[in-house]
Design a protein around this ligand. Structure first.
Ligand code: GDP
Length: 484
């Protein structure tokens, strides 16, 4: 009957069109069931194939998750230093690098790699970052147990002797299967940090031949500060699966991030408290994320002028009149009120914005300016700092309109959570002036800042720029690529 139908569609909404498993406990993770009430419904449905891949993955993760019999068996194999094809469970361990946004982008990229290769994704236990999120996989955990036999996973780096690049460079493993018997190590480190760009051997990860060899290794450790996911679309090895999972490529991270990253209860409560105290009353919310990188040549004043140039020109924010008192209000219900959410490490922009809108607007629209926090500096390993940062990403994701900053992974995550195409405030490393001040993105996919530059046939640096039907140059980073 009718009521049945509406119950189904309501619970489907809560599970983001079946993206989320129904087998999870509602109370341990409030955001999982409530996000759908605050964010706009995604206009993009996940494919049924993606949904079935996720359910199968969850079953695999439950079978192979930490401290299961099969996990213990794979750990035993690790101690022999040789890979075997007798194991049911193979793993990829993700290790953290960079800020929150960077981590979410690399973790999602690694998860997609796990989905494509039948591996189980585990997260380095030494990171403080996963505490911010709910466990994504029902009946199991994604945290690597602390008694995992290899210590200091974060110390693997560009020169590590167990890196895939090093092993290939020194012919310690070859791409020829005939030479493999008993030769493949049980564990290999994949170095995809931006520094990989200087070493063709690390870049072999983006060549098809590598993935047959890598598929034979029981344990992979992966470290990156780069959204390398678009690179997986350049490999013919995964082409077929990827096109079935993601008929629309620009929503890959949109779906994967909504699936993986459910803010934990304390972050969710922080975001809810702020939202209901201030933002919820507005008819429209404009989120402005202002990230200033140390290399920027702009003063705070230049930057504020850039923001106003952008938002006024694009009709995102209303002009003010010359009068200094709020006297020209029309009926605010009619005109709607606007909340401007200023998300930045600095209080400066909030102050400037607030004094700008202390004057009345041309159209008599009521404008309120809010800033949840101003931490002044980026911090590492500070739980409350991280919670605020994630809560602000969540608040941005409830916005109707978004303006984010060039180069910022924090911004990329916010607009993908939101499912909104933002305007990006452009930045220049060589000039104080930027023209145009901002640009609307054409697709939601985040930017892969440092794509590989290898020619897979010659194994040398490629002289031509990466091209392909599925990729284009990013709006905000000249050398970066994104999915279309
Ligand atoms: P990116 O550097 O902009 O690509 O973003 P990341 O998230 O990777 O790293 C920046 C880090 O600085 C964040 O994780 C926060 O810890 C902090 N941060 C930067 N901007 C803000 C902000 O607007 N609000 C808060 N609360 N923290 C911020």
């Amino acid at each position: 009957g009718v009521s049945n139908q509406s119950t189904t569609s309501r619970s489907e909404d809560m599970l983001l069109g079946s993206l989320l498993s129904p087998d999870l406990d509602e109370h341990s993770c409030m955001s999982r069931y409530q996000s759908g009430l605050y964010r706009k419904t995604s206009p993009h449905n996940p494919s049924t194939y993606l949904v079935s891949k996720l359910r199968n993955y969850e079953a695999l993760h439950k079978r192979c998750g930490p401290n299961t019999l099969l996990y213990n068996k794979s750990v035993e194999q690790l101690r022999t230093n040789h890979s075997t094809d007798q194991l049911e469970c193979n793993y990829v361990i993700w290790t953290p690098l960079g800020g929150l946004g960077n981590r979410m982008l690399t973790l999602a990229s690694t998860f997609l790699y796990a989905l494509l290769t039948g591996r189980v994704l585990l997260v380095d236990h030494a990171t403080d970052f996963v505490d911010l999120f709910c466990e994504p996989f029902p009946g199991s955990s994604w945290v690597l147990p602390s008694n995992f036999p290899i210590e200091s996973l974060n110390s693997f780096d560009v020169d590590s002797k167990m890196s895939y690049g090093y092993l290939m460079k020194h012919n310690l493993i070859s791409e020829d299967p005939k030479t493999w018997s008993e030769m493949l190590p049980s564990f290999v480190y994949v170095h995809l940090e931006s520094t990989y760009i200087w070493d063709m051997y690390h870049q072999l990860f983006f060549c098809d031949d590598s993935h047959f060899v890598l598929s034979k290794i029981n344990w992979l450790l992966l470290k990156s500060d780069n959204y390398f996911l678009p690179g997986l679309f350049m490999l013919s090895t995964f082409e077929n699966e990827l096109s079935r999972m993601f008929p629309s490529r620009e929503t890959v991270f949109h779906h994967l991030s909504r699936y993986l990253f459910q803010p934990g209860n304390s972050v969710w409560e922080l975001a809810m408290k702020y939202y209901h105290s201030y933002v919820a009353m507005a008819n429209q919310t404009v989120g402005i994320q202002i990230r200033d990188f140390p290399w920027s040549l702009m003063s705070k004043e230049d930057r504020f002028n850039q923001i106003m140039d952008c938002t006024l020109k694009e009709n995102i924010l209303p002009h003010v009149t010359q009068h200094s008192r709020k006297t020209t209000y029309l009926n605010t219900d009619e005109m709607g009120s606007k909340a401007i959410l200023v998300i930045s490490l600095y209080k400066d922009y909030y102050d400037r914005m607030k004094s700008y809108y202390a004057r009345s607007t041309h159209v008599g629209q009521h404008v309120n300016v809010y800033q949840p926090s101003h931490e002044e500096a980026q911090q590492l390993k500070n739980q409350s700092h991280n919670e605020k940062a994630l809560a602000e990403i969540v608040l941005l994701s409830f916005s109707d309109v978004l303006v984010t900053s060039a180069w910022s992974t924090f911004g990329y995550v916010s607009y993908n959570f939101a499912g909104v195409k933002p305007w990006i405030l452009l930045s220049s490393k060589v000039s104080k002036e930027v023209h145009p001040p901002c640009r609307r993105v054409t697709t939601m996919d985040p930017c892969f800042h440092t794509p590989p530059s290898i020619n897979c046939k010659t194994k040398r640096r490629s002289k031509t720029k990466l091209t392909g039907a599925h990729i284009k140059q990013c709006e905000d980073v000249e050398e970066g690529i994104k999915l279309v």
